[in-house]
Design a protein around this ligand. Structure first.
Ligand SMILES: [Zn+2]
Length: 113
């Protein structure tokens, strides 16, 4: 284990190590866990540790939350902002399409088609 990591808690399935700025989590198979971000409505933006071998299909299916549970208000605000971004992106994509079509039509008109 790295010199400046100290064991913070030892559960039956995992050991958590804390460094000055971040935590390093070891899965039940002894591999350093990876941090991923959950985007479900219930845990929007909440980070969790997963077995680092998970993405190669050889993981141990172990996972644990990195961030504490969020308040209802926090979830509500983040979900609302995400929906707003999505709707603005959709609007922008539609307008881009309309612009491209108008450009094409103008070109055709200029060339007398
Ligand atoms: Zn593992």
């Amino acid at each position: 284990m790295h010199r400046n990591r100290r064991a913070a808690s030892t559960e039956s399935s995992s050991t958590t190590f804390i460094t000055e700025d971040d935590m390093v989590c070891i899965c039940q198979s002894g591999f350093e866990a990876e941090t991923i971000v959950c985007w479900s409505d219930e845990n929007v933006g909440r980070r969790l540790y997963v077995c680092c071998r998970e993405k190669y299909g050889g993981g141990c299916d172990w996972k644990t939350w990195k961030d504490p549970k969020m308040s209802e208000q926090t979830k509500h605000v983040i979900c609302r902002l995400l929906r707003r971004i999505k709707s603005l992106e959709e609007k922008r994509a539609k307008e881009k399409k309309i612009c491209a079509r108008a450009k094409r039509q103008r070109k055709n008109f200029e060339f007398g088609y």
